[in-house]
Design a protein around this ligand. Sequence first.
Ligand code: UT7
Length: 310
Amino acid sequence: MGVRGITLSGCGISVPDKVVTNDDLSARLDTNDAWITERTGIKERHVGGITSQMAIEAGRSAIADAGLEPADIDIVLLATTTPDAMVPATSATVQAAIGVPGGALDLNAACSGFVYGLVAAAGLVSVGAGRVLLIGSDALSRITDWDDRTMAVLVGDGAGAVVVEPVDGPGSLLSWNFGADGTLRHLLKCDHGGYLFMDGKEVFRKAVRVVVESAERALADAGLAAADVDLLVPHQANLRIIQAACQRLGIPEARTAVVIDRYGNTSSASIPLALGDALAQGRVSAGDHVLLTGFGGGMTWASAVLRWGG
Ligand code: UT7
């Protein structure tokens, strides 16, 4: 067997119907639209989602977008921090509901999960797997204390999915970079049965540094410079983090996918939601260089460089 690369052949998203605006939150918490907008860039978020249900919807939509049937998929790989249950893996629920005949597994790398999942999918393909349905789905609203203004204003629910297809030759994934530092796990955590806690200031500081370093390493490994990036798709945690990363990387905001204003921080779903939005707007063409980069609890971070279209 020669080299087997990957290409992304379909994309789908899903968010729950219920929208909570900054004014809705201000009505019951000591906060206001100006603070939330200025400090985070978030205007509204969707809540009340169930991880499996959103994943199923996004997954079905990605399969249809690729012009495929569920039977054409070999593996469901679900990145999530908020599984429906401890056991079984939520991907099993998704696999059965969509009607995928093959394997199913969950992956948790917090907000970096989708990029970790993309590289894991490429690895599966390289050892002979067929198409992988890669989904990022999270329902952070379920592990958030809605009386805690420091977290409630930040989070939202959603899912995004792509079909990862085998191709002959090196394919779309030009390079990748992973990192983790478990000594920082206290900065962002949620114990069993508890609520999300974050040391926001410290996470902010670390996030900008690690995401820039990771993205630069991935670009260097792909033999590319910042000027070659047609679209940056960053994790959507805070608009100020995205802007700081853009500035340090030397990538203009005009070449960046931003959806945080509409969705808030959706963890594993944020990168595919932003990618899906960019694709829907026709912002990605064959041959474009797309840089995905994320960071989150763990801490973990991950970047991947794609040349769109294989
Ligand atoms: O996806 C995983 C990774 N997550 C992230 O990357 C998030 C990283 N961190 C952040 O995005 C920011 O640190 C936050 C948005 C969480 C906070 O922004 P900040 O600029 O770091 O604000 P702060 O925590 O320093 O708080 C500033 C002030 C404080 O009041 P004092 O001490 O200055 O009087 C807070 O008590 O804002 C107050 N504050 C609020 N005020 C209104 C905190 N939360 C709120 C709120 N509404 N919701």
